[in-house]
Design a protein around this ligand. Sequence first.
Ligand code: ADP
Ligand code: MG
Length: 466
Amino acid sequence: MTLSLPSSRIALQAKDNSLEALERAWRRVADEHTMIRRGGRITEVSPTHFRVRGLSDVARLGDMVEHRSRAGIRHGEIVQITPADVLVAPFERSGDAGVGDVVIDLGPFTILPHDSWRGRAIDALARPIDGGPHLAQGDPDEAALITQPPALARQRVGTGFQTGVKVIDIFTPICFGQRLGIFAGSGVGKSTLLAMLAAASAFDTVVVALVGERGREVREFLEDTIGPQCMAKTVAVVSTSDESAMMRRRAPDTAMRVAEHFRLKGDRVLLILDSITRFAHALREVATGTGEPPVARGYPASVFTELPKLLERAGPGAEGSGSITAIISVLIDGDDHNDPVADSVRGILDGHVVLDRAIAEQGRYPPVNPLASISRLAPRAWSDDQRTLVTKLKAMISRFESTRDIRLLGAYQPGADAELDAAVKQVPLIYEAMTQTPRDRASADAFADLARHLKPKERPHVSPQG
Ligand SMILES: Nc1ncnc2c1ncn2[C@@H]1O[C@H](COP(=O)(O)OP(=O)(O)O)[C@@H](O)[C@H]1O
Ligand SMILES: [Mg+2]
C-alpha cells in the first residue's frame, strides 16, 4: 500500500528510516505500472519522422512521446521499433527536431472523455479548439470497460428510426447500431447530407469526426449546417487538411473513443466520419513513411487492416449499454467506384448510399441514387406495406431512367405502354417529393409526405394552414 506514495513523501520519510524508504522506492521502480519515464535522444531527423536512440527496450507501438525542442515541448507517436532505435512521427507539422534533443516516452496515449464534452470542438489529441474552457477529464478506469464485447454478447442491431431525410427514410432506412457509407465524388453533397442526418432527433449524442477538410469548411459545417441546436448534443473532433498526417490518423480513433464513452452510459450515439478516404490517406502517409511497401494504388496493406478495426468498434454495445450508429462518407476520387478504399469499406458496412453527380446537376438534392443505394437492414425498418411500395417505386424509377434517352429523342408515344406512362407521370413527382435542403424541416413521416405529394389533387379541401 505504501507503493503509491508520491516520491516527495518518500524523500521526507527517508529521514526517519532511509533503508525502508529506499526499499519502497525500489519497489516503485520495479512495478510496471509506476515505471519511471524513460528518455532517449534524437539521432536522425527527416521531414516527416525522427529516430530516437535509448527507448527501444521500453517503447511500445503507439506510445506517445514528449520531445523537448528549442521551440518548446512537442508531441509525437512511436510508429516503429528496432533494437537500435525507435521511429517517431510528430503530431505538429513543424517538428523543430534537432539531433541530440531529449525525447521522453509517456506510455500509451489515452483520452478520458467526459459527459461535459458535448457542445465542444476538440482536436485529435482531445484538446479544446473552440476557445472554450478547459475540458473536464473522465474516469481513467473506464477504458478497461470498453473492450469490444464478444460477438455473441453484443445486442443485435436495433430497430429502425426516422432520420428526417425523406429519400433515406424511404429507400435506405437505417437501424440503430448500423454502419452506413455515403459514397460520392467531391462537391456532390456528402457533407451536407451528413449534417442533415446529424440532426436526427432519435440520438442522445452525436460525435462528428471531420478529417482532412479545409478549415473554412469545418466552421461552415459546425455553425451553419449542423447549427447551434444540434451542436448542444454534439462533440466535434476536428483535424483539418493542414494538420499532420499523424493528427488526421488519430482523429477518427479519438471520435470513436468519445462515442464509446457515451454508448457505455446507455446513449444512442450517432458517429459521423467525414471522410474515411482522407483518414486512409493519412494512414498511407504515415505507413509509407515507415517504409511499408504499397500494395494497391500506393496504399500499404496496413491501411486495409486499420479501416475494419476502426469500423468494427461501432455498432451495438454489450447488453445494457447503448449503441453507436456510424455514418461515414467515402470520397470516390474522380468518381471511380473501384477505388481500393471504397471497395474495402463497402465490404465492412451494412449499407451504402450512392450520390450521383448527374442528379446534383439536375438540382435534385440530396442527390441520392435510389437504384444504386442499399441498406442491408432496411427490411427491419420497413413495414410489409412499405417494402412492397418501395419495390414498386424502384421499378418505376428504373423504367423511367432506362428510357430517358428514348424520351429525349422524342421517340416516346404515350398510350403504348401503361407502365411507362405511369412512370413518366409519377417519377418526376417522386423526385420532387424527395428534394430537401438543410433548411427544410425534417420529415416526421417520409411515406406520408410522399403520399401527400403524389396525390395532391385528390385531397378534398386543403386548408391554408395545412
Ligand atoms: N441537400 C442540399 N440542398 C441544397 N444544396 C445542396 C445540398 N447538398 C449539397 N448541396 C450543394 O452542393 C455543394 C457541395 O456539397 P458538399 O456537401 O460540401 O459536398 P461534398 O461534401 O460531397 O464535397 C454545397 O455547397 C451545396 O451548394
Ligand atoms: Mg465534404
